[in-house]
Design a protein around this ligand. Structure first.
Ligand code: HEM
Ligand SMILES: *[C@@H]1O[C@H](CO)[C@@H](O)[C@H](O)[C@H]1NC(C)=O
Length: 327
């Protein structure tokens, strides 16, 4: 064998073994196939019971995965309570008095610890619960890649800075998605999550009133809808009054969110700007409003992409015994 050929062979073997090394730590749908074969069934059954008790829980669990992944990756940092040096992300602008469903995650974790102790990560529980919630609410299904490990810390500042606010400009929201490796299709498709769940008055009040407390601050709001919102969300007080993000089918995962947005009935400013501030996002909103199959397809793909944000794998992180604290 010529020395050039030998060199090439060595390079090829080295490259493929490096690649195999990377693959050993890649997420895989079968990650718990041997170590905890019933894991997926257990997660699904606890989520199903919780959603049965309270349909909104599907929305709340879906949102937890998002709020986890946007801060240091999908590593369950969101689930840690404050303790010693750890300052919980639960106190951030986006999460305080808002993020919910933590007891359901505890319930899932407890069931998994009984079945196969120290095996299934809290980060994977969040990814599975988000998928199961979507399916239970009538949305698309997808295969969840697994093998994420849990963080040893939290980032309150990350939670404050990375998770978009409802009054952010479209440009700011696009930038915050881009920082996570998510593009405009991901942004518009994932915003379709707002086809289920509820928002507090405090998250959309700013749109309803001008500085003097009456008049129309946001002209993109459909008039009748605006009056409906004002009756639930006064100029002051009632901060925690709840309103469905999708007034047409609040508990059904469908494409009515996009139809609402086209009709000027997006609840959050961040919903409405998708239609009013850029031709590119507007075209996607129209596309999904007209074709729920396409929305479901893109949503599933974007959820997989979001679930792949900077996971801890291999020797990094740990498998928490209790999702609220490090071991
Ligand atoms: C695009 C930027 C986004 C902004 C500005 C945003 C903002 C918000 C706000 C303000 C609420 C209401 C919170 C409250 O008042 O308590 C909410 C609820 C919700 N968000 Fe988003 N969100 C965004 C993207 C997403 C994404 C990507 C997902 C999931 C993949 C998601 C899932 C949800 C769900 C399901 C709810 C309802 C939660 C419940 O009822 O408990 N959101 N969002
Ligand atoms: C957005 O809302 C927050 C919280 O209500 C408020 O403190 C902030 O001033 C608002 N930002 C803008 C640009 O209006």
């Amino acid at each position: 064998m010529g020395s050039i050929k030998l060199l090439l062979l060595v390079i090829a073997i080295t490259a493929s073994s490096l690649n195999a090394g990377a693959e050993a730590f890649a997420l895989s749908p079968h990650f718990y196939g041997h170590s905890c074969p019933r894991a997926l069934d257990i997660v699904r059954s606890v989520v199903a019971r919780a959603v049965d008790r309270e349909p909104r829980m599907a929305a709340s669990l879906l949102r937890l995965h998002f709020h986890d992944c946007f801060v240091k990756g999908c590593d369950a940092s969101l689930l840690l309570d404050s303790n010693g040096p750890i300052v919980s992300e639960k106190g951030s602008k986006a999460n305080k008095n808002s993020a919910r469903g933590f007891e359901v995650i505890d319930e899932i974790k407890a069931a998994l610890e009984r079945e196969c102790p120290g095996t299934v990560s809290c980060a994977d529980i969040l990814a599975l619960a988000a998928r199961d919630s979507t399916v239970l609410a009538g949305g698309p299904d997808w295969e969840v890649a697994l093998g994420r490990r849990d963080s040893l810390g939290a980032s309150l500042s990350g939670s404050n800075n990375n998770i978009p606010a409802p009054n952010n400009t479209l440009q700011t929201i696009i930038t915050k998605f881009k920082l996570q490796g998510l593009d405009i299709v991901d942004l518009v498709a994932l915003s379709g999550s707002h086809t289920i769940g509820l928002s507090r008055c405090t998250s959309f009040r700013q749109r309803l009133y001008d500085q003097t407390g009456h008049g129309e601050a946001d002209a993109s709001l459909e008039k009748g809808y605006s009056w409906q919102l004002r009756s639930r969300c006064p100029p002051s007080g009632g901060d925690d009054n709840l309103f469905p993000l999708d007034l047409v089918s609040p508990a059904r995962f469908d494409n009515s969110y996009y139809k609402n947005v086209v009709a000027g009935k997006g609840l959050l400013n961040s919903d409405q700007v998708l239609f009013t501030r850029s031709p590119e996002t507007m075209a996607l909103v129209r596309l999904y409003a007209d074709d729920s199959g396409l929305f479901f397809d893109h949503f599933a793909k974007s959820m997989i992409k979001m679930g792949n944000i900077s996971p801890l794998t291999g020797p990094n992180g740990e498998i928490r015994k209790n999702c609220r604290k490090i071991n």
